[in-house]
Design a protein around this ligand. Sequence first.
Ligand SMILES: C[S@@+](CC[C@H](N)C(=O)[O-])C[C@H]1O[C@@H](n2cnc3c(N)ncnc32)[C@H](O)[C@@H]1O
Length: 386
Amino acid sequence: MDEQFRQLEIDYDGEIPKEDVNLIENLFKYFSTDDFTYDLYDSKAIIYLNALDIDFFKQLTNDLINNSESITTANLLKKIIEKIDSIKSYGIKGNKRVYIGYNDERKVVNRDKKVEKRGQFYYADNNNFSKENNIIPDNFVNKIICGDSKEILKKLPDNCIDLIFTSPPYNFGLDYESTNDDHKWEKYFEKLFEIFTECIRIIKYGGRIIVNIQPLFSDYIPSHHIISNFFINNKMIWKGEILWEKNNYNCKYTAWGSWKSPSNPYLKYTWEFVEIFCKGSLKKEGISENADITGDEFKKWVYGKWSIAPEKKMQEFGHPAMFPEELANRVIKLFSFKNDIVLDPFNGVGTTTSTANILNRKYLGIDISNDYCDKALSRINEVLFK
Ligand SMILES: C[S@@+](CC[C@H](N)C(=O)[O-])C[C@H]1O[C@@H](n2cnc3c(N)ncnc32)[C@H](O)[C@@H]1O
């Protein structure tokens, strides 16, 4: 017998009648030999125990005890139950107690104390964030505003937005309607961080800033890391990262780099990143009746890899870099409550604002392009006046 089993020895006096030996054998057949098996000798039984549905075991064994005419059989079976029951240290898997190997999975002993000693999100310690949240002025509620976010956001009070969900211009050289998308990287990040500095100021204490980022792999610019560094250097808590798997396998067939040579192979990606940051606290205040995510959605979406096809209507909307409504839908439902105020400072044709409106959140969308703002507004009106 290998170490897969915990071995229990039980002595008994007397003789087990032949028919009871058969009954015990039949009873123990209910349990997988991977979980439980035994040897029966004269005056000794050895139990090999790995895992057991103990209630079911007791139920069957007690039936046999009650029906057996042999005191020896009854005593032996009672001793087996007692012996197994006396094992106080076990794991639980499904409806079984697990007697072997359950400690292997418990990797860290005294976890809480160790976390306290290490210090969770130490980089966000000593922040100066005020815990006092403010109400956003009415003229910014449920609005699409055309302008430069750097200027518009300055007009908002501190701590007044619940959730920011956005994807910044990527600096890929895309042809947006009214801005260039090919700046020197230093200039690009400088401008972006001016806007993100305002975002940090206006997000509520406990609010979230969530940024969808596609790094420009071909320029070897890890924008998702550079942007994450910016937020954590500014005392925001990095809550996590969602890998948005787009399954766009087109890229698989082009640009190999050094074909069949390790000299400079080119890596390919079918996914983008969604980075999540919290101001001051991981916990967001909200009324539980205003949580509208279902149990199934929650279970599925807290797994941090989302498989969602890229937006198919980019041509129809005349925008080269939209994210799909389903991405906004999941982010908004998982990270905000109904009636919260959701901002997108790079709103494009309004995927965030339109989804926020459908989900009964208040919205504010800002984009520098008049044309995109008009489209964002008509997406909302389509729903309102349907
Ligand atoms: C990646 S796109 C966002 C697309 C959007 N998520 C959607 O689904 O429609 C970035 C947007 O940022 C806008 N933009 C660029 N610079 C801006 C600025 N300084 N202020 C506001 N919007 C800006 C561009 O016009 C573009 O629409």
